[in-house]
Design a protein around this ligand. Sequence first.
Ligand SMILES: Cc1ncc(COP(=O)(O)O)c(C=O)c1O
Length: 393
Amino acid sequence: MRQDPLKYLADELDSLRQQGLYRQLRVLESEQQAHATFDHRSVINLSSNNYLGLTTHPRLREAAIEAVGKYGAGSGSVRTIAGTMDLHMELEARLAKFKNVEAVVVFQSGFAANAGTVSAILNKEDVIISDELNHASIIDGCRLSRAAIKVFPHKDADAARKILRDLPAGQRKLLITDGVFSMDGDLGPMPALCDVAEEFGAIMMVDDAHASGVFGHQGRGTIDHFKCHGRVDIQVGTLSKAVGVLGGYVAGTKAFIEFLYHRARPFLFSTSHPPAVAAACIAAIDVLEQEPQWMERLWENTRFFKAGLQSLGFNTGRSESPITPVIVGEASQAMQMSDRLFAEGVFAQGIGFPTVARGQARLRTIVTATHSREDLQFALDAFARVGKELGIV
Ligand SMILES: Cc1ncc(COP(=O)(O)O)c(C=O)c1O
């Protein structure tokens, strides 16, 4: 009888089970909202990236439905063959205006935007200087480029400077950071990193996935928040989180974006967004520009919930954003706490190695603009009860 050549993967899964790291996917049976039904249970949802509540905003829904009526369900091709629709061009033009840059290219996801861009613009002669906590999509893009990768300690601009000082002046260099770090909710030291990039003539790149729609005027991101306009060569944003739909985009000069049209592999070799996605993203930009109340509520809720967790005695790390981790240490304890909270009607996903370092397991909470004060107080009361029960606070 044929042996299963993939049996080693089942063994790996057993090992995850033993370490308390095995996760069953939670299944969402309702809209992605502040209150949602997962696994037949109605819960306060603190686990989505739906910062502004736009996944179900009426203007996005209507735009998506209208686009399906006019264009159908799919785009039918990659962008470079027959899959560039007028909606894709309109979305890119709107984003370029919103970000105040010459041009923007939209990718199928933020992951594809990061990985596709870094791998397209560098080769094995070049060097990348990267924060140790940068997102997996940046790391994969760096590996795909075959450039040398030099990692600096988290947020340490002086360490980045020391690395750059030792590199040959003529070598091409990319300095890269997340705008908001996704597991800790802290911000990259943008002005200090821009100084370093300018000092050594490095390309400066920022992944603003968790800052799009959250930081800066009307959600223009950390470059706007830190007033670093004109100092960042490559800005990546996502359409999948606060924008409420799906996709990633890269903003920069016209020549750079046209180069990506010719060389970024996810753009060349993977089908473009369905029309409903592009249309809903355009509607989301209208909402960002015309409905400031969502960002205001997001930040009011963030301040209330973060202060509540801290006053209960939880370790919320160094968060400066609506991402507030509750750091508990061991993965098994984080998973146990997440499960107990779920039973109490609160969904805060447990996260362990390899997404965060060993011993740094946590529950990652993200409030949204559409949580009510009662929702957040309900969640805080559940955290207090479960935290005491498990001896965490
Ligand atoms: C920092 C960061 N960059 C990029 C991405 C990828 O974005 P997307 O979900 O649009 O692929 C994520 C999402 O997990 C992220 O947290």
